[in-house]
Write a protein that binds this ligand. Structure first.
Ligand code: SAM
Length: 311
């Protein structure tokens, strides 16, 4: 049976209004038990709740902020900022070349959590002054902490509480890290369709590569780097829930988008591949993107190069 992530069960938000919804502890415990995960059920049973059995939202927020703060080390150690810029630098070069108008362009990080990526991009100015940086998250506590950190660091970026696809201003490029595996079944294609239906020119979403070694790698990393049992648990479950290359390429093949995968499984050493991105670009951008990438463009493949992906 598919394992569940505790953090998905202990907070609930109306995806349109962003309003926090009450979560009954017994319900979360029941779902985890039914999935065969007694250890996770025990972790949730130990969380504070009020006399009606509703989880204490402030305690849940504190817990998730501390788990995400530990999780930020994963982004630091995997050099997520540099990896994103390796692709987004050439992507924005292609956009500047073809758009016919000067910026500003807007990068939106969907499900930014504590906003590590957006803050790193702002601190390094790696994409250039014509790229506005925005992080969006449905979780008010996480995105609130992202804003607080950005102000403390004096960074030129913005954090918004809400649904990344309901923003008043359109994104030029959508990005994310560690978000894709949360979308299952038809919700994954819907995630890509929402971006294709917007005026955005491209997206680039990083998530855990579904290699046989991913769950072991995640266990070692989370054991070494995270203290709270919730963080350790969810880290391993998310690696198990990682989408295959084929699933991502099929789901990202939505009208108006050319789906591409960077460093697909099989083309790279499984010991080195941890998070890899699925990209979608408006078709006219593919050739200039490949030119701007230079030799690295060989690692960018479409569904036609990944025979098993399209079956
Ligand atoms: C596992 S967290 C990833 C956090 C962060 N990207 C990181 O790498 O640490 C996934 C986040 O996505 C957010 N999320 C999911 N769908 C979203 C949407 N449509 N708009 C904004 N946030 C979303 C959830 O609230 C959650 O905080």
């Amino acid at each position: 049976m598919q394992r569940l992530e505790i953090s998905d069960l202990i907070t609930a938000v109306d995806p349109h209004s962003g309003r926090r919804l009450p979560v009954r502890r017994a319900e979360a415990v029941r779902l985890l038990r039914e999935s065969g995960d007694e250890r996770a059920a025990g972790i949730v049973a130990g969380l504070p709740a009020d006399e009606d059995g509703v989880l204490d939202p402030r305690a849940v927020d504190r817990l998730l902020i501390s788990v995400h703060t530990e999780l930020q080390r994963l982004s630091e150690e995997l050099r997520m900022g540099e990896r994103l810029v390796h692709l987004l630098g050439p992507l924005f070069t292609a956009i500047r070349e073809t758009s016919g108008q000067p910026g500003p362009y807007r990068l939106v990080d969907v499900g930014c959590g504590l906003g590590y990526l957006v803050r790193w991009l702002a601190a390094t100015d790696a994409l250039g002054a014509d790229v506005e940086l925005v992080g969006v998250d449905l979780d008010a506590a996480l995105v609130g902490e992202a804003g607080r950190l950005a102000r403390a660091e004096g960074l030129d970026c913005r954090f918004v509480h809400g649904n990344a696809f309901d923003l008043p201003e359109a994104a030029t490029v959508y990005v994310s890290t560690g978000v894709l595996h949360h979308f299952r079944g038809p919700a994954l294609a819907e995630f890509f369709r929402a971006q294709a239906a917007s005026p955005a020119l491209a997206f680039c979403h990083f998530d855990i590569a579904a290699t046989g070694l991913a769950p072991i790698g995640a266990w070692v990393f989370h054991r070494a780097r995270m203290r709270h049992p919730l963080g350790r648990h969810d880290g391993v479950v998310s690696a198990r829930r990682a989408h295959s290359d084929g699933t991502l390429l099929r789901a990202a093949a939505v009208p108006g988008i050319r789906p591409l995968l960077y460093e697909p499984r099989g083309a790279v050493n499984p010991f080195c591949t941890t998070l890899r991105p699925v990209l979608g670009v408006r078709p006219h951008l593919e050739a200039p993107l490949r030119r701007a990438l230079g030799r690295a463009a060989r690692r960018l493949v479409g569904p036609e190069h990944l025979a098993e992906a399209v079956r």
